[in-house]
Design a protein around this ligand. Structure first.
Ligand code: NAD
Length: 432
């Protein structure tokens, strides 16, 4: 099948490369010419394990190409995916301008029946809105179908999540699009991936409801963690005891500095805005957002208390990306934490295995270290912000020797408190 993917960021690039791997003929489009130039030479623009090889292989096989020319991509495709960004506006509602610009461009170049699929996370009603917009902008009427096919991949595990998803959600109010979408996902059908076929609006809501539910689990366990700190028990025991109940499940019950990233903060805000638009309450989601903001704000005071003040202190920060195995710094807790530390008079030296280049763009004024040990040298506190695997087995005797004062603020509970203390550190975690 001939596919165009509009938007070649985290989702668009993975989607394009994976469909090419399934054997489809894929054209990835982006307005960022620099990005397209790099991708055309087989160099990926984001850090995502396995993506380099997947892109290079399919580029070489001639199944994957990159362009800034949306006309050429539209004309050559029977299915067009929209994978552009849908950021938050100041009132929490979704900025659909990228989606609408792309839809207008598709409308202008439609040379025959196409299935237009939103992979971007878009508010309920967007699909039908795009139908009207495209009709208005077609030079002459050409029939087309609209589908919502939300994406559930996780950065850092995106290829596996795309190739082996828990389910494929397909929403459409145009019956004739369903066989096309089923055909497209045939390789996953063959490995018995379940399909949820629903209305356009149903699919649009599934994505927000799923993300808001995961965010709820995180805020819930963070609230329990704060209670554990007051009671004097360990949130990990509580989470373990809860998670063994199969109705609850153990995933997303990890306490920490609050959720970040390009999805949960914006999608919870968007769901709240969607509920308002439909005159419904969203009290749980609103509480999830509120608890998360409080959790994020509580991290700098936690570090300050451990350090006995931050003025003229050296703080080593390990982990900058919003989660391990990605270089994505969007809404990363490290950004607010580092800004807060600097505001209170600390000098920060940070290290991340892959996100330093991205971090420099949002955190220009701090020092970056070549590795964990260089970051820890002369530090008064070592703060773990992202739980990269390589941070789990550091030489703690060496770290202690390098630090000015051996203190650890472990915002991801990477280390056992008793072990850290017996290794000579003052230690504080989250909820233990
Ligand atoms: P991104 O910012 O990494 O990529 C978006 C790309 O679209 C950019 O490269 C941008 O230059 C390009 N673009 C913008 N307007 C364009 C236009 N008119 N024509 C062509 N290209 C254009 O964003 P992302 O993280 O890939 O997210 C895309 C969508 O997928 C969002 O709606 C997001 O909520 C959703 N989503 C993201 C994830 C994730 O983990 N990142 C997971 C599931 C869903």
């Amino acid at each position: 099948m001939h596919i165009a993917v509009i938007g070649s960021g985290y989702v668009g690039l993975v989607t394009g490369a994976c469909f090419a791997e399934f054997g489809d003929d894929v054209t990835c489009v982006d307005i960022n010419a620099e990005k397209i130039a790099r991708l055309s030479t087989g160099h990926t623009t984001i850090y995502e394990p396995g993506l380099d090889q997947l892109v290079a292989r399919n580029l070489q096989a001639g199944r994957l190409r990159f362009t800034t020319d949306i006309k050429q991509a539209t004309e050559g495709a029977s299915v067009i995916f929209l994978a552009v960004g849908t950021p938050s506006q100041t009132d929490g509602s979704v900025d659909l301008s990228f989606v609408e610009t792309a839809a207008r461009a598709i409308a202008a170049h439609m040379n025959g029946y196409k299935v237009i699929v939103t992979k971007s996370t878009v508010p309920v009603g967007t699909g039908e809105r795009l139908r009207r917009l495209i009709r208005e902008h077609q030079p002459a009427p050409v029939d087309f179908g609209i589908v919502s096919n939300p994406e559930f991949l996780r950065e850092g595990a995106a290829i596996n999540d795309f190739m082996r998803p828990d389910r494929i959600v397909i929403g459409s109010n145009d019956e004739e699009t369903i066989p096309v979408m089923r055909d497209l996902y045939r390789p996953l059908y063959l490995i018995e991936t379940p399909f949820v076929i629903t209305s356009l609006e149903g699919a649009e809501l599934i994505k927000y409801a799923a993300n808001a539910f995961l965010a709820t689990k995180i805020s819930f366990i963070n609230e329990i963690a704060n209670l554990c700190e007051q009671i004097g028990c360990d949130v990990h025991d509580v989470a373990k005891g809860m998670g063994m109940d199969r109705r609850i499940g153990s995933k997303f019950l990890h306490p920490g500095p609050g959720f970040g990233g390009s999805c949960f903060p914006k999608d919870t805000l968007a769901l709240s805005a969607i509920a308002r638009e439909f005159s419904c309450e969203s009290r749980i989601v609103d509480a999830v957002i509120d608890v998360n903001e409080r959790q994020r704000r509580a991290m700098v005071p936690k570090i300050e208390k451990l350090a006995g003040g931050l003025r003229d202190k050296n703080v080593a920060v390990l982990g900058l990306a919003f989660k391990p195995e990605t270089d994505d710094m969007r809404e990363a807790p490290a950004v607010d934490i580092i800004r807060g530390l600097v505001e209170r008079g600390a000098s920060v030296r940070a290290y991340d295995p892959v996100a330093i280049n991205e971090a420099r763009k949002v955190l220009p004024g701090i020092e970056y270290a070549a590795d964990e040990y260089a970051a820890a040298t002369g530090a008064d506190v070592l703060v773990f912000v992202t739980e990269w695997n390589q941070f789990r087995a550091l030489d703690m005797t060496r770290i202690r020797g390098l630090m000015r004062t051996p203190r650890i603020a472990d915002l991801r509970n990477i280390y056992e408190p008793s072990e850290a203390r017996s290794a000579g550190f003052e230690y504080v975690g989250v909820g233990r």
